[in-house]
Write a protein that binds this ligand. Structure first.
Ligand code: SF4
Length: 215
């Protein structure tokens, strides 16, 4: 080495000028998220409702059941949505605003149990094989990130099946499963904690009225 030349060294010896490529097998399949977690400062504070602690306690049993039965749920939801639409005059008479609290209460609990719903207010379960994309730690609504593990689990939460792997599986059972290929808009955060059921009903009713007026 010439005098004054500085070369970095590693435990394995002097670094070469070409960037070293570490094959995945050499890292034992450890992802970046796992390495970041390992090097994070340890503390006694364990947030009660933040992943991964919360996730570890859950078995995803019901959520996975819903995905396995996506075809039946698709059939059921189509009829349920029609029934809600037929009740549009009632919602109008009560006032959508006033109907929201009780409907939201039911929606939150039913979908919370079946899909681990996070009440984003713009439900796309019908396009995602009945796998709620808001359960993705990165909240991706247009497919998985590049970190899905070889076993199909999430990069961030290793014990959890990737919601997009499951979404694809669920969509393959559905009649309109190819809707998973539609590009979804970013989440409108202003709709959080609102009823997707009522919103879809009101929008469908308005579109129907418009079509009838034009006919
Ligand atoms: S997409 Fe939104 S409304 Fe639908 S289940 Fe997921 S969080 Fe709930």
């Amino acid at each position: 080495m010439a005098e004054g030349e500085i070369r970095s060294t590693t435990a394995r010896g002097p670094a070469s000028s070409a960037p070293e490529t570490v094959p995945p097998a050499a890292t034992g399949g450890v992802t970046q998220a796992a390495m970041v977690k390992k090097t994070a400062p340890k503390s006694d504070y364990k947030p009660a409702d933040v992943s991964p602690q919360r996730r570890v306690q859950r078995s995803f049993t019901v959520r996975l059941w819903s995905i396995r039965h996506s075809r039946g749920l698709e059939w059921f939801y189509a009829r349920f949505a029609n029934m809600f639409l037929m009740l549009h005059p009632l919602w109008n008479r009560i006032g959508y605003g006033r109907a929201e609290a009780p409907v939201k209460f039911v929606e939150k609990h039913v979908k919370g149990l079946m899909f681990d719903c996070r009440m984003c207010g713009q439900c796309i379960l019908s396009s995602t094989g009945m796998s709620c994309p808001m359960n993705c730690p990165k909240q991706l609504r247009n497919g998985p990130c590049g970190g899905v593990r070889a076993n199909g689990n999430c990069e961030v939460e290793p014990d959890m099946p990737c919601v997009w792997v499951k979404a694809w599986e669920g969509s393959r059972n559905m009649v309109k499963g190819d809707a998973i290929l539609n590009v979804q808009k970013p989440v409108d955060q202003s709709l959080r904690e609102t009823s997707a059921w009522l919103r879809v009903t009101a929008l469908t009713a308005a579109a129907k009225d418009k079509n009838e007026a034009q006919a």
